[in-house]
Design a protein. Sequence first.
Length: 71
Amino acid sequence: MVKFVDSMPKYKNLIVLFDYDRKGAYLTKRIVSHLEHRMTVDLSFRRKLITITKGKARHIEDLSLYSRPKI
C-alpha cells in the first residue's frame, strides 16, 4: 500500500475501483484516507457500477456479465 501511495504524486486524479466486498471497502477507505489530501479521488464510477448492477457484481471480474455480446 505504501509503495502504491508513494507512486501517486505525479497524478492529479485517481479513479478507485476495488471489489465490492469487505476487503474492497477496506482498501478503498485506506487509499482515500492516504491520498485525498494529495489529489482528487473519484469514487463515482464505483457508486455507479453498484447502482447499475444492483450490488450483484461483487468482484471486478463479474462486470463481464454485463457487457454486450460482440456481433
